[in-house]
Design a protein around this ligand. Structure first.
Ligand SMILES: *[C@@H]1O[C@H](CO)[C@@H](O)[C@H](O)[C@H]1NC(C)=O
Ligand SMILES: *[C@@H]1O[C@H](CO)[C@@H](O)[C@H](O)[C@H]1NC(C)=O
Ligand SMILES: *[C@@H]1O[C@H](CO)[C@@H](O)[C@H](O)[C@H]1NC(C)=O
Length: 355
């Protein structure tokens, strides 16, 4: 089959170059700071940011740093076939669901063009458990549950998120299956739902359910559609924050700013759930309540040279939309993840690395 290199954008043309450079210099001069970061921080990590590590300590970008000690803490990782069960909370259009399903369906697919989502997952597969077993290459789309009528309201706390999952696994008709070993539960909230901390630097998170609430310990993640509330925070670079006027948003590959933005956050949370499902396996940092996990280290990095305020080299499709990986039928923009073998962020679209 014919292999054609897609057009690669030269560095810093996708974000306004002078502005990016100014931010970069500013940050170098003023030392570590997270306030100016144009991309979302997916959790509260006051003392550890990619930026600090990238700009403060290292010679190379893409997050590389001898100061990052990604450590295994002896807990389980997901080595058996992974099944992702989705809870669609609120109002979801068919087309939106389709984009997300096709992203998930591309993780284990064979046959997508290089650079592919499946090749991206290979970096996640580099993580092993105590027995040396790797994270599974197989990620299957499981069952889906619609929670169309906002069973727990339009404003969800971290605890009520668990109640949403409880409702889905105990529903009287077609409950989601209980699979504590290899099931992952993904709560996706529509753009009219506020979830605790959304926009306040949080676009998604993962944890596990408490038996006292749900009856089981199930790894789960929440990712919200930020299109209405804060796309500049959670759907960057398809929307830009208000404090960066003059920066032009990039065109989203599937024409839906909120959902295209969610795809990368879903990828982030899946990579972390697979490598740290019970918060006792792979993470860096001293404080287990603020773990720095394999996707945290590479937030905002989508290509070669990424780091600081620069996303790295991405690609542009025929219609002018920006992406960095191919799914089976669609293109997506997905952040890279930490490769602990080489100690930097890796992705399939790297120009100077082989995964
Ligand atoms: C972050 O650093 C500050 C001051 O250095 C300290 O007071 C705080 O406890 C740290 N937070 C975490 C989560 O480590
Ligand atoms: C895991 O998934 C593969 C397909 O990717 C399938 O062939 C295999 O039978 C599955 N294994 C189990 C234990 O379900
Ligand atoms: C499993 O992990 C080890 C250690 O990171 C790596 O060398 C090996 O290539 C991985 N195997 C697969 C199939 O990903």
């Amino acid at each position: 089959m014919e292999t054609r290199m897609p057009r690669v954008l030269p560095p810093a043309t996708t974000i306004a170059a002078p502005l990016a450079l100014a931010f970069l210099l500013l940050s170098l001069l003023s030392g570590p700071s997270s306030a100016w970061r144009p991309w979302p921080s997916l959790r509260h990590r006051p003392n550890a940011t990619t930026v600090d590590l990238t700009l403060g300590n290292s010679k190379k970008f893409e997050g590389s740093s001898e100061f990052v000690k990604m450590k295994y803490h002896m807990g389980p990782v997901l080595t058996a076939n992974i099944t992702v069960h989705i809870i669609w909370y609120g109002n979801w259009a068919r087309q939106q669901k389709k984009i997300i399903r096709e992203f998930l369906g591309s993780i284990s697919a064979t046959g997508a063009r290089h650079p592919s989502i499946a090749e991206w997952w290979k970096v996640v597969q580099l993580y092993t458990d105590q027995t040396g077993a790797n994270i599974s290459r197989t990620v299957l789309l499981g069952q889906e549950k619609n929670d169309r009528f906002y069973s727990h309201g339009k404003s969800l706390t971290r605890l009520s998120m668990q109640s949403v999952i409880k409702s889905a696994v105990t529903a009287s008709t077609k409950p989601l299956p209980i699979e504590p070993r290899n099931g992952l539960y993904l709560v996706l909230t529509s753009e009219d739902v506020y979830a605790q901390d959304l926009c306040n630097n949080v676009c998604g998170y993962h944890y596990f359910t408490f038996p006292s609430i749900v009856g089981y310990t199930l790894p789960y993640a929440w990712v919200g559609n930020s299109a209405k509330l804060c796309p500049g925070v959670c759907a960057y670079p398809f929307a830009v924050p208000d404090y960066m006027p003059g920066l032009k948003p990039l065109k989203a590959p599937n024409g839906d700013v909120g959902v295209d933005g969610m795809v990368s956050v879903i990828g982030h949370e899946l990579a972390e759930m697979a490598s740290n499902p019970l918060a006792n396996a792979w993470y860096a940092g001293q404080d287990p309540s603020f773990p720095v996990e394999i996707a945290d280290l590479c937030e905002g990095i989508y290509g070669t040279g990424g780091g600081g305020s620069y996303t790295g080299q991405m690609m542009e499709d025929g219609g002018g939309a920006t992406y960095n990986m191919n799914g089976v039928r669609r293109k997506f923009l997905v952040q890279w993840v930490w490769n602990h073998v080489v100690s930097y962020c890796s992705g399939p679209n790297a120009l100077d690395q082989s995964v």
